[in-house]
Design a protein around this ligand. Structure first.
Ligand code: MRU
Length: 343
């Protein structure tokens, strides 16, 4: 797999996911505003990938600040952090990563600005490296829940593309596959932006993991026919009570899974767990451009001009519908998260 995000010759290089699967193109961001735009316009997307990219955006922006006193430098970096934080509201990894960069900046207040710039860049790389390590650990824990011969339904893209590498939900699937289990994946296309059709399918086909594409409306019938054994999805934010915000349509999958007695798992690292948000109804839900609904991947209109459109990008699955949450520290019931992950 090509890297989703990396430092390359002093720039933040992103695989432009808005062009997939038609073209594999890279975007070299040479200033932090380009990074912010790439996040806003889904050139990079997926909660952990957004966090890693924002951390790199902070470091990139910091490098260009000309101030030599700490206070002036820190004020400029705080402004950069604010702009990056305003790109998307739901995935908590964005705020988690920016806060981590701010903490690092504060720790370095007695150091020369040139050194702070270097350490901030190193910190962003550490966030990237840790993300991959967490995904691999999550994969190991989660793979134990997957049996030989099973078919797994996933929604949206929670793969290498949505993270610094390996993936969360797809990381579990990858790990089970690497253990030699003969599994197959059903990928929901995931309207409106088609992350399932465009990204999950592309990514799994690269790794030769058997995958079949379905439209979102097919999942219930396939569950009824006994053709889905478990569901694994990622998360954009997990509240303290275990409620999970993820791509719109996830809630429908969870309801269907419960109705058919099929386990429903969420895979996410600790950077997605937001203990400051008590429950799912407090999670801010992003509403995106109606064009995403009235076209298919920016193609010709599929609805009459001027139609009223709703386009919430995420929904909340209540903890009660979640069998377990797979993390880098192990597999927990939603109700166990707050004690397992409190500081
Ligand atoms: O709008 P997106 O594509 O950023 O939404 C992504 C998702 O909902 C993913 O399932 C989630 O971020 C988990 S990614 C490991």
């Amino acid at each position: 797999m090509v890297p989703t995000v990396e430092w390359k010759n002093g720039a933040v290089r992103l695989l432009d996911q808005s062009r997939l699967p038609g073209a594999v193109e890279f975007l070299d961001c040479r200033d932090y505003r380009m990074v912010a735009n790439a996040i806003r316009h889904l050139k990079v997307r997926g909660a952990p990938a957004i966090g890693v990219t924002a951390a790199m955006g902070v470091a990139l922006g910091a490098q260009a600040v000309t101030a030599t006193s700490y206070d002036e430098f820190a004020r400029a970096v705080a402004g950069i952090c604010d702009e990056l934080a305003a790109t998307r509201p739901t995935a908590v990894n964005l705020f988690w990563a920016i806060e981590r960069m701010k903490r690092k900046l504060a720790e370095l207040r007695t150091k020369p600005v040139s050194e702070i710039k270097r350490v901030l860049t190193e910190e962003s790389q550490r966030i990237l490296d840790e993300d991959i390590a967490m995904n691999k650990a999550m994969g190991k824990h989660g793979a134990a829940l997957v049996q030989n011969g099973q078919t797994i339904l996933t929604h949206c893209n929670a793969g290498a593309l949505a993270t610094a590498g390996y993936g969360t939900a797809l990381g579990v699937i990858r790990a089970a596959w690497e253990e030699g289990k003969k599994i197959s994946v059903l990928a929901d296309e995931t309207r409106p932006v088609l992350q399932g059709a465009r990204l999950t399918v592309w990514e799994l086909m690269q790794d030769k993991i058997p995958v079949t594409l379905i439209t979102d409306s097919m999942a219930g019938a396939l569950m009824k026919q006994g053709r889905i054994h478990l569901c694994i999805v990622g998360a954009d934010r997990i509240a303290a009570n275990g409620d999970v915000a993820n791509k719109i349509g996830t809630y429908s999958v969870a309801v269907l899974a419960r109705a058919h007695n099929i386990p429903f798992y969420v895979a996410a690292p600790h950077s997605t767990i937001d203990l400051a948000t008590p429950s799912g109804d407090k999670i801010p839900i992003e509403h995106r451009n109606p064009n995403e609904v009235t076209t298919l991947h920016s193609g010709p209109a599929i609805a009459p001009a001027g139609v009223e459109v709703l386009n919430p990008a995420f929904d909340v699955t209540p903890a009660a519908l979640i069998t377990a949450i797979i993390t880098e520290r192990g597999v927990f019931k939603p109700s166990e998260l707050s004690s397992q992950f409190s500081a």
